[in-house]
Design a protein around this ligand. Structure first.
Ligand code: NAD
Length: 480
């Protein structure tokens, strides 16, 4: 059974219920995950609260040095962490290695903390009166993270939160917590932080509710589905907590007839089918622009590239499309495909494998002709399923893209700078790609979407992270 990490020690959760985390490739049980209760959560938040006064008083340069040590630790163990991501979540080892690399970049960006915490001042706002703004940490921050990036997303939050002088409690996804456990083991063994500065609790809904209703928690960083994000954000606000809740997505990729075929084929298939479509930046809609003949030609380019992808175990270097995170997830996505077919859509590429050897595998699937209000067009299916839409021109494409309730990412494939500029200006989404299939900003830039893809104002990473993890205090003073 996995243990929680509280106040600098590994402790058994008092939880009586557990879940199994299983390998997506093959289904072997990897660990028992305790479903921590409100009491388990209270122990972790109490440890974080106790560590807060000394940690916030630690000079920011020294906190940054702890982040540098953390960076060296993750760099030295990048391959091992990546292999754990593959084992527990399923994605290919190359993809997992790149994911850990993204986490390393977040630590690097957070290392600028002494610079980013500097305030503002203005001399002589009245006779003998000066004004200054300083930034102080918020207190205890809890992060609640999803299954699809078990290394990167905890590292979006931990470095910035503790760099700013907060203490921290992580509740990773109950579906694949092993990478977080190893990260905390490394932190513990190397003594990167004083006891209680970072804590880890396992669990699911009860653990999340424990954090949401715990008076010791001052702020919550959440990433997950749109429905849970809305619940977490509204509950946290009602409890008087600061919150950023990044939710789900339905990302469109617009293919203009003048798109470079190579960039288009690699970009669209990498985005739609990489990590088996289980990325918040996965392109799950392909909007074909042009005459019917041009649309068909573009679609054929994508179908040919998708049909050449190999489906299998993420640990096999030959694999392009990994299994879904669980058999239940594969069954859910197959149900969504059936629903779309029942509504009149047709399969252009059928990735269903009748269960498959690994059980959770599903190949690239492309659907055309789904009704405009169907789930295949409107909702995130979170699997390797690409839904095709058609329109004659860019105006029509923008109308289709902007009618979504989500606004995480949107992608354009074109060779025209003018078309790209028009798209960039008018599209309603937070992360835009031009001839880039997965437009994930590096950690020095903000990461999040618009509309129902976020509840809260401040994005993850970039300057926004320093804003979210600090409170501003303005001091006006006069000296005789
Ligand atoms: P999820 O919402 O099921 O779970 C996320 C977290 O919330 C987990 O820690 C889980 O334990 C907890 N949780 C789930 N349901 C809950 C409930 N009813 N009450 C309280 N807590 C609950 O999401 P997931 O399936 O793990 O992750 C995939 C989703 O995350 C997708 O929708 C994806 O788009 C989204 N995502 C978004 C971003 C982004 O940047 N916007 C990034 C990655 C993933």
């Amino acid at each position: 059974m996995l243990r929680n990490y509280v106040g600098g020690a590994w402790v058994e959760a008092g939880a009586s219920e557990t879940l199994e985390t299983r390998s997506p490739a093959g289904g072997a049980v990897l660990a028992e995950v305790p479903l921590s209760t409100a009491d388990d959560i209270a122990a972790a938040t109490a440890a974080a609260r106790e560590a807060f006064p000394a940690w916030r008083s630690t000079p920011p340069q020294q906190r940054a040095r702890a982040l540098f040590a953390l960076r060296e630790l993750v760099v030295a163990n990048q391959q091992e962490l990546a292999e754990l991501v593959t084992l527990d979540m399923g994605k290919t080892t190359d993809d997992a290695f790149a994911e850990v690399g993204r986490g390393i970049e977040s630590i690097e960006a957070a290392g600028a903390v002494p610079h980013m915490l500097k305030g503002e001042n203005l001399e002589g706002i009245a006779t003998g009166v000066d004004i200054e703004m300083v930034r102080q940490p918020v207190g205890v921050i809890a992060a609640i993270t999803p299954f699809n990036f078990p290394a990167m997303i905890p590292l979006w939050f931990l470095p910035f939160a503790v760099g700013c002088g907060n203490t921290f409690v992580l509740k990773p996804s109950e579906q694949d917590p092993l990478t977080s456990v190893r990260l905390f083991e490394l932190i513990d063994e190397a003594g990167v932080f004083p006891a209680g500065v970072v804590n880890l609790v396992h669990g699911a809904h009860d653990a999340v509710n424990g954090l949401l209703h715990d008076p010791e928690v001052d702020g919550i960083s959440f990433v997950g589905s749109a429905k849970t994000a809305r619940y977490v954000a509204s509950t946290a606000v009602a409890e008087g907590k600061r919150v950023q809740a990044l939710g789900g997505a339905k990302n469109a990729m617009v293919a203009m007839p003048d798109a470079d075929p190579k960039l288009l084929a690699g970009g669209v298939t990498g985005s739609a089918f990489g990590a088996a479509g289980q990325r918040c930046l996965a392109g799950s809609l392909l909007v074909l622009v042009g005459t019917e003949a041009e649309q068909d030609a573009t679609l054929q380019t994508v179908v040919d590239a998708a049909g050449a992808l190999s489906v299998g175990d993420g640990a096999d270097p030959a694999t392009d499309v990994c299994p879904l995170v669980s058999v239940a997830s594969r069954e859910r996505v197959e149900g969504e495909i059936e629903t779309a077919l029942g509504e009149g859509a047709r399969l252009v590429l059928d990735g269903r494998r009748g269960g498959g050897e690994g059980g959770a595998e599903l190949g690239p699937t492309i659907i055309d002709g789904a009704p405009a209000d169907s789930r295949a067009v409107r909702e995130e299916l979170f699997g390797p399923v690409l839904t095709v839409l058609r329109t004659p021109d860019l105006d029509g494409a923008l109308e289709l893209v902007n009618s979504s309730r989500y606004g995480n990412s949107s992608i354009l494939f074109t060779s025209s700078g003018g078309t790209a500029r028009e798209f960039r200006h008018r599209v309603q989404a937070g992360m835009i790609g031009v001839n880039v299939g997965v437009a994930a900003p590096i950690a020095w830039f903000p990461f999040a979407g618009w509309k129902d893809s976020i509840d809260g104002d401040l994005h993850a990473n970039g300057r926004d992270a320093f804003e979210f993890y600090t409170r501003k205090k303005v001091v006006t003073s006069r000296w005789a």
